[in-house]
Design a protein around this ligand. Structure first.
Ligand SMILES: Nc1ncnc2c1ncn2[C@@H]1O[C@H](COP(=O)(O)OP(=O)(O)OP(=O)(O)O)[C@@H](O)[C@H]1O
Ligand SMILES: [Mg+2]
Length: 312
């Protein structure tokens, strides 16, 4: 669906993207992982025809981004890093404006707008000014404008940045609901984020691809997710039960006064449900369960220290 070959972008003498090649299959969710300045947004801008590459080729659904930008843009929904959202418009007015830009026939427009409002849970704010919305709601408006024309491909540049944990989880749910229906590229700094949402990741560092992994091989790659639990009582017995769960790599607990447990697991989402079940079965009184996000840097260090011989 997306093919990138030997793509390079220089901004003057700054090399932002350095000869990268990758493919994304139809229906796949690809996580684009990299630190600040790695070249994620630059690659996405080239794929969405916002900017030409210095050399190399890229195509979407068989159309070259340089030769057929119109055909490419028709098929893509793009959530940029800083969405150009009009603060002085109501949510519904803005979506109407985007629908017109996307040349959605007027007979179909209302239906399409209502559908994205529902999908992005914007019903409560449809008649509010975008300028008065919270960051999370603005991000949802950004997602809605990317989805309005039912694109085959979605390019989402840090869709969860600045969202609170509940909104992050809702945004992930929304993106996952697109699986198999659309092809998605999704950039982030956070490994646990891609582990929870994507089928495959590409790690990009200083413009180069340093690793490509299927998500289900991440556990083997040494990537883990840490979860912190605060309980009312019985931290010790909860910790003991957790140790026997499949996929749990380590458990640390603190039982003196503050009953706190930190459990390190493979990055599989089902494990979260299993952990919660253990707490309930121990009647421990769950107060809090939250992910301790593993910094990308830790993952890099694992990769780069050559633990698995990933070629860099
Ligand atoms: N318009 C520009 N002019 C000059 N240099 C730029 C421009 N845009 C980006 N760069 C540089 O290109 C490199 C890659 O930037 P890019 O925005 O693609 O990174 P990123 O991976 O999206 O980072 P972040 O996580 O901070 O969003 C950086 O060194 C950046 O300073
Ligand atoms: Mg960026």
């Amino acid at each position: 669906m997306i093919e990138v070959k030997d793509l390079t972008k220089n901004y003057g003498d700054r090399l932002a993207v350095d000869n990268i090649s990758f493919c994304v299959k139809r229906g796949e969710i690809l996580g684009f992982l990299g630190q600040n300045g790695a070249g994620k947004s630059t690659t996405m801008k080239i794929l969405t025809c916002f900017m030409p590459a210095t050399s190399g080729t890229a195509s979407v659904a068989g159309f070259d981004v340089f030769e057929n930008p119109y055909e490419v843009k028709k098929r893509i929904g793009y959530l940029p890093e800083n969405p150009p959202i009009y603060l002085e418009l109501l949510v519904s007015e803005y979506l109407d404006f985007v629908a017109n830009l996307r040349k959605i026939p007027s007979s179909n427009k209302k239906k399409k707008i209502n559908a994205v409002i529902e999908r992005c849970q914007l019903g409560d704010v449809r008649n509010r000014l975008i300028g008065n919305l919270s960051k999370g709601y603005r991000q949802r408006v950004g997602l809605a404008q990317a989805l309005i024309h039912d694109p085959e491909v979605l390019i989402l540049d840090e869709p969860t940045v600045g969202l609170d944990p509940k909104q992050v989880s809702e945004a992930r749910g929304l993106i996952k609901s697109l699986r198999s229906e659309r092809t998605v590229i999704y950039s982030t700094h956070i490994l646990s984020e891609v582990a929870a949402t994507c089928d495959r990741i590409i790690v990009i560092d200083r413009g180069k691809i340093v690793a490509q992994e299927a998500i289900n091989s991440l556990g083997a790659a040494g990537a883990t997710t840490k979860t912190e639990l605060i309980v009312q009582r019985s931290a010790e017995s909860v910790a003991q039960s957790l140790r026997s769960l499949q996929g749990v790599k380590s458990v640390h607990y603190q039982a003196n006064g503050k009953e706190r447990i930190v459990v390190e697991t493979e990055p599989r989402e089902e494990i979260m449900a299993e952990i919660a079940k253990v707490v309930v079965n121990n009647n421990a009184g769950l107060i809090q369960m939250s992910p301790v996000q593993l910094a990308l840097e830790d993952y890099y260090l694992n990769l780069i220290s050559g633990k698995r011989g990933v070629s860099i």
